[in-house]
Every structure is written in structure tokens, then in C-alpha cells.
Design a protein around this ligand. Structure first.
Ligand SMILES: Cc1ncc(COP(=O)(O)O)c(C=O)c1O
Length: 377
């Protein structure tokens, strides 16, 4: 694979050393063209584009997401954000006999917030011993007959550590609980087979490793569970007879579309679809190999340098994020920004997240600049 060909697809690299896909992927020419196509259709057809083009585009997007997750299209719903997707599915669970949800301290907060606003639910947080991993055995130890859901991330956003999801799912199922996965930091860069992993519910979105833009997220719900999960938030896109416009009758879609709510952001749908095409064209196995090489290179450049890394040392345990602990990461991110590097920080760490379009030279430049603006303690 000649990766330099792909670099040209992302004009951001003409002016920036962009190493921040874990926050937002850079804009590709294809995604820009897809946005323009959407605008052209809107201008030319107006509302009739819904029937002629856009409903089909929604269906096609669900199909591509299914492909990338190893799911069936009927198991996929679209949502404007992971938070909305989670809210819809969390609203469908009966907590009366099982009032507990098990989470981890390293999950992105929006996962835990679903249940923070449900007074009937007790949230049990599993801590991380090293701020990098959450051992699945520790999650298993927190699950019991009162647990409704075990919810955690496939890849932790602050460390890039990859969770052993089949093991988490086994721990949940051993006690009759559901396994929810936040895969936002994983989808695109890690091969995924939701059925092999025995995942019940998975949420993910378009703007990071799937190369789309903001305003679109995806929900997978295992087919066998769908009939019993009836969300208590609703909208006309979740109604099986959407175009009957009958306010008196609401019938859940038989498939995962029952978790959808209102009118989609079609610019986002087009962006996500074009981003997914790139990922599918390259292939996730290749992306995984490439990202692993790049993160290994960053780690090798930083090892024995006095920096404290907060990412797994073993490549198989790590996805495309390298976290570097700093005294003042916000200051370092700003100083790097002034030198045309785009990285970000969370908590006490700077995150550098190379993807296939990055190069070893990007890594080298980044490490040199980091040493200049934030030398190791
Ligand atoms: C792991 C993870 N989950 C969820 C989110 C946010 O999801 P949304 O804003 O779509 O609700 C992020 C955003 O950075 C994330 O990294």
C-alpha cells in the first residue's frame, strides 16, 4: 500500500501536522465532494430529494455500518450522536429487578451520564489500577444478579487501551446482564465482529476513525433483543408506519430503526458515507497494521526519554492513541498548535493519535517539537 497517495486526499496536511484523529479526523476531498453533492441535490430537488435520494442514502449508510461491524442492516439505527443513541437504548431497559449498571472509571463520561439521570439506577464504577487499562476480571467481579447492564469502551479514550470485549460480555451474560459497548474510539481502526464478540448493544460514530464529520452516530442492537427493547423516548422515524402521519397510532419498527427519533442531518449522512467508503476501500486489517506501526514508532521515539506514557506498551493492547503524561498538557497543546501541530489533551495527558495518512516523519517532527515545548520533567 502506497500510503502517500492517501495523504493527498487530506489537504489539511498541506499546512498542519495533524495527529488528532481520536478527536476529529481531518477533512478528505471525498467527504468535501459528498457535502457538495448533498447541497446540489438540495438546491435542485428540494423536499422531493427525500423520496428520490435521501431515504435511500439512509438505508445505504445503515448497510455500510452493518458491514463494518459484522452486523445485519436490521440491527443498525442512525442517531445524531452517541449520547442520543445511548439515551434511546438505555430508556428501553427495565431496571426494576436489576437496578445496577456496571461501568469503568476510564469510559467517556457520556456513557455514565445515561444512568446518572435515572435515580432508580445505581452506577457501580470499576477503577483502573494504572490509569491505562481496566482489567476485565475486575469488571467481572463487580457484576451480580442485580446488574442490568455492563457498559464499557472497546478502546479507552484517555489511554488507547483495547478492552477484551468478549470477556466483558461473558461476565455480563454469566449474570443475565446486557453487554453495552462504546466503540467510538475503535470502529474503523480495529476489526469488529459484534456477533463473535457476543455484544448486545454497541454505539459508535462517524467523526473519528471513520473519517466522516459531526452529527452522525450509529447504534447496533442484537436482533434477538430488539422486540423486547421498547424505548420510552420516541419520534416519527421510529414508527413502522412513518408516512401514515397518524398521531393516534405508534407502532415500533420491528428492526433497530425503532431507536431512531427525528429528521436526520443529511449533510452528516453524506459525510459519514463517504468517510466509510475510504475505510472500506483500504480495509480494516490494513488500517490496524498501519496504525500499530505508527503508534509503536511514537512510543519507541519517546521511550527512555524521561516522559511517562499512559498507553499500553504492548502493541496488541493498544489502538491509535498514545497518551503522554505532562505537568501542563493544555499549555503544551497550545504551544504545539503555534507550531502547526494538531494534538489534544484529556486530564493530565497529551494525546497523539496517528492514522494511516500520517507518516514516520510526522512522528519525528512531533517528538522533536514536544521536547522543545514541554521537555520531560
Ligand atoms: C469513547 C467516546 N464515546 C463517546 C464520545 C462522544 O459521543 P457523542 O458526542 O456523539 O455523544 C466520544 C467523543 O469524543 C468518545 O471518545
Amino acid at each position: 500500500m502506497d500510503w502517500t497517495v492517501w495523504r493527498d486526499e487530506f489537504p489539511t496536511f498541506l499546512t498542519k501536522t495533524y495527529l488528532n484523529t481520536c478527536s476529529l479526523a481531518p477533512l478528505s476531498r471525498r467527504v468535501r465532494a459528498a457535502q457538495e453533492r448533498f447541497l446540489d441535490e438540495w438546491e435542485a430537488l428540494g423536499a422531493s430529494a427525500w423520496y428520490e435520494l435521501w431515504m435511500t442514502a439512509l438505508d445505504a449508510l445503515r448497510g455500510k455500518v452493518a458491514r463494518i461491524l459484522g452486523a445485519a442492516k436490521k440491527e443498525i439505527a442512525l442517531a445524531p450522536s452517541v449520547s442520543v443513541a445511548l439515551s434511546a437504548v438505555a430508556s428501553a431497559v427495565d431496571y426494576s429487578a436489576r437496578p445496577q449498571v456496571v461501568l469503568s472509571d476510564l469510559d467517556f463520561p457520556t456513557l455514565a451520564y445515561q444512568w446518572a439521570v435515572k435515580p432508580e439506577v445505581e452506577r457501580r464504577f470499576v477503577s483502573s489500577e494504572d490509569g491505562i487499562h481496566v482489567r476485565p476480571e475486575r469488571i467481572a467481579a463487580a457484576v451480580n444478579a442485580h446488574t442490568a447492564i455492563v457498559a464499557t469502551s472497546r478502546v479507552y479514550y484517555t489511554s488507547g487501551a483495547v478492552q477484551d470485549i468478549p470477556q466483558v460480555a461473558r461476565a455480563a451474560h454469566a449474570h443475565g446482564a446486557l453487554a453495552f459497548v462504546d466503540a467510538y474510539q475503535a470502529t474503523g481502526q480495529l476489526p469488529t465482529d459484534v456477533h463473535a464478540g457476543d455484544v448486545d448493544v454497541l454505539v459508535t460514530g462517524g467523526l473519528k476513525w471513520l473519517l466522516g464529520g459531526t452529527g452522525i452516530a450509529f447504534l447496533f442492537v442484537k436482533e434477538a433483543l430488539i422486540p423486547d427493547l421498547k424505548p420510552t423516548i420516541a419520534g416519527w422515524f421510529g414508527n413502522a408506519d412513518q408516512f401514515a402521519f397518524d398521531a393516534h397510532t405508534f407502532t415500533f419498527h420491528e428492526d433497530a430503526r425503532r431507536f431512531e427519533l427525528g429528521t436526520t442531518a443529511n449533510a452528516a449522512v453524506y459525510a459519514a458515507s463517504a468517510g466509510l467508503d475510504i475505510v472500506l476501500e483500504i480495509g480494516i486489517d490494513r488500517l490496524r497494521t498501519r496504525t500499530s506501526e505508527l503508534t509503536t514508532d511514537v512510543i519507541e521515539r519517546l521511550s527512555d526519554s524521561g516522559y511517562t506514557l499512559k498507553s499500553p506498551a504492548v502493541a496488541e493492547e493498544r489502538a491509535g492513541i498514545v497518551a503522554i503524561q505532562l505537568r501542563d498538557p493544555s499549555k503544551a497543546v497550545k504551544a504545539l498548535g503555534a507550531r502547526n501541530f494538531v494534538v489534544d489533551y484529556r486530564h493530565d495527558r497529551l494525546r497523539v493519535s496517528p492514522y494511516f495518512y500520517n507518516t514516520l516523519e510526522d512522528n519525528e517532527r512531533f517528538v522533536d517539537a514536544l521536547r522543545a515545548v514541554a521537555p520531560p520533567r
